[in-house]
Design a protein around this ligand. Structure first.
Ligand code: PGA
Length: 250
């Protein structure tokens, strides 16, 4: 069975003091949760101090981005090995904000996934349609292009390290969640694609999590769907109470 994953994407929020305090709250109430994989993605500069704060807990850390080269003259970039060394276990790749504001493409997503895995990180790969694509009936074709491009030429060993996050762009930070049914349809579609490209076993094992205005009051209905294996939570992960409630979904 796939273990549920609840990941908090803190984006570019929090002072170091805020991050440490939030991590401390989470450690006390959900630090030992074993049946759900809890992940937090703080700003990368907070990774190392948080890795000390969360030492000995079951909460894993993620970076929000990486660069695909090992090292060199790439001012401002962070490598997979640096993330690993700072205490990261996962890395978010291809978030819609990176695609929208920082020119991330399926090709760069693909390079980053490969590099992340080489650095022993688990990539959380984001896909999702914008509102106009949904309205034009292009949701599935958009997802298909992103999945095929992003996961291009991965080996079975590499794909088995990947988490896919379906995040409809129109639902991110807007308060509009996809209905559980809308999300389930896309998750099912992604799983079928993975079945066709890779294998039945890989598709069955692949965690596919949903993101986009996940809140304490909608997590239970989302998690009740067969192909929804967890959530990537933005705004609601910045408050200990709401994130803890989401982790304690029923
Ligand atoms: P949101 O963000 O929960 O604030 O909509 C989700 C995300 O961007 O991962």
């Amino acid at each position: 069975m796939r273990m549920p994953i609840i990941a908090g994407n803190w984006k570019m929020n929090n002072t170091l003091k805020d991050s440490l305090s939030l991590a401390n709250h989470l450690k006390k109430s959900i630090g030992n949760v074993k049946h759900i994989k809890v992940i937090i993605a703080p700003p990368v500069i907070h990774l190392y101090p948080l890795s000390l704060e969360l030492k000995g807990t079951n909460i894993d850390l993620a970076a929000q981005n990486l660069y695909w080269e090992k090292d060199g003259a790439f001012t401002g970039e962070i490598s997979g090995d640096m993330i690993k060394e700072a205490g990261g276990t996962y890395v978010i790749i291809g978030h819609s904000e990176r695609r929208q504001y920082f020119g991330e493409t399926d090709e760069t997503v693909n390079k980053k996934i490969i590099k992340a895995i080489e650095s022993n990180l688990y990539p959380i790969v984001c896909v999702g349609e914008v509102l106009s694509e949904r309205e034009e009936g292009e949701t599935f074709s958009t997802i298909e292009t992103q999945i095929k491009g992003g996961l291009k030429d991965l080996t079975e060993d590499q794909i088995s390290k990947v988490v896919v996050a379906y995040e409809p762009v129109w639902a991110i930070g807007t308060g509009k969640t996809a209905t559980p049914q809308q999300a389930e349809e896309v998750h099912e579609y992604i799983r079928k694609m993975i079945n066709d490209i890779f294998s039945h076993n890989i598709a069955t094992a692949l965690p596919i999590i949903y993101g986009g205005s996940v809140k304490p009051d909608n997590i239970d209905a989302l998690m009740a769907k067969a192909n929804i294996d967890g959530a990537l939570v933005g705004g609601a992960s910045l408050k200990a109470d709401s994130f803890i409630r989401i982790v304690n979904f029923s």
